[in-house]
Design a protein around this ligand. Sequence first.
Ligand SMILES: NC(=O)c1ccc[n+]([C@@H]2O[C@H](COP(=O)([O-])OP(=O)(O)OC[C@H]3O[C@@H](n4cnc5c(N)ncnc54)[C@H](OP(=O)(O)O)[C@@H]3O)[C@@H](O)[C@H]2O)c1
Length: 343
Amino acid sequence: MKAAILGTTGYTGLLLARLLADHPEVDQILPVSSSKAGRKLSEVDPGFQDPKAKIPDEGTLQSLETAQDQNPEVVFSALPHLESARLCAPFLGKSVIIDLSADFRLKSIETFRAAYGSPPPRADLLDQAVYGLTEWHREAVRSSDLIANPGCYPTSVLLPLLPVARAGLIGGEIHVSSISGISGAGRKVKAEYLFCERSENACAYAPGKRHRHVSEMEEQLRGEAPEASILFVPHLAPLRKGMTSTIMVPLSRKVTEQEVAALFDSAYGAAPFVGLRGSGIPQTAEVRGSNRCDIGWQIEGGTLLLFSVLDNLMKGASGQAVQNMNVRMGFPETSGLSLAGEI
Ligand SMILES: NC(=O)c1ccc[n+]([C@@H]2O[C@H](COP(=O)([O-])OP(=O)(O)OC[C@H]3O[C@@H](n4cnc5c(N)ncnc54)[C@H](OP(=O)(O)O)[C@@H]3O)[C@@H](O)[C@H]2O)c1
């Protein structure tokens, strides 16, 4: 199978190239770059290995036009929002598109405009897009040619919250406090992300509705609990990658930790990439490099505490994108993806 990557030289694009180079079902990779076409991928990422020579022309980055001429079966778009839909939409009808940006994630044009400052670039295609939170939309992903890969914060919040919402346990405003590693902001050079600014330093940013991912979380959550609302406070911490979310849910009725365990078992018992940790509190290092999201839970009075961790570049982005490709193309869901991660 032939797969193209748009925006290859960003963090999620580089990781996609590494994952696809190891993927047993992918024979050819077309790495597209707007800024570095003609250069070798190994110049941008000297750690990249391609032992099966899956990239043509000895690992050369390509232009968009060259990739289009080669009719890839799958196109991953690892481009910034607003750019992404514009550049990957021409592949629709010929390739399966898996878009890592926000451009196809929201169904409401007004919500998109409020979050991103302009209308969705291809509003005409929103109806065709499936929200690629694999564990919740696996059947729809199987037959979709346009998959909107979720954001990293929404993945870390929705996987723990959706089973609770489906069970009718949400009794008021949900409070979420999340911490992200710096790679969540991408590879672009900005003074605020320099080592000297971020090391030994942590802070909250874009609290409340100011963070764009709130609308994505609420739109998805309201499919299960129409009144649900979220107060979200994200934080940046001096980690290269990794994300943890603590979710505080006011309960609509009394439940035990065992009942909550049963809910999670029924939602994720057969899901290879969700680790259920009971009352244990998971840590980011335990899922680093893996495609897992691990979830723990405790009850404190009338509040259900949910704890989740994931690697923002894996289950939060490129790993989930490959998981969606696996489901869509009929490959084993775990193909080319690590369960164990790194030590
Ligand atoms: N980082 C994360 O943890 C994460 C998690 C979930 C989702 N995402 C989403 O995934 C997408 C890629 O994220 P990323 O972290 O890989 O971003 P990134 O490191 O900033 O890379 C984006 C790449 O897009 C290409 N590009 C093309 N047109 C561009 C333009 N006008 N401005 C800037 N870049 C342009 C560039 O690659 P070429 O020059 O090679 O074309 C650039 O390296 C984004 O939509 C992001 O929101 C990221």
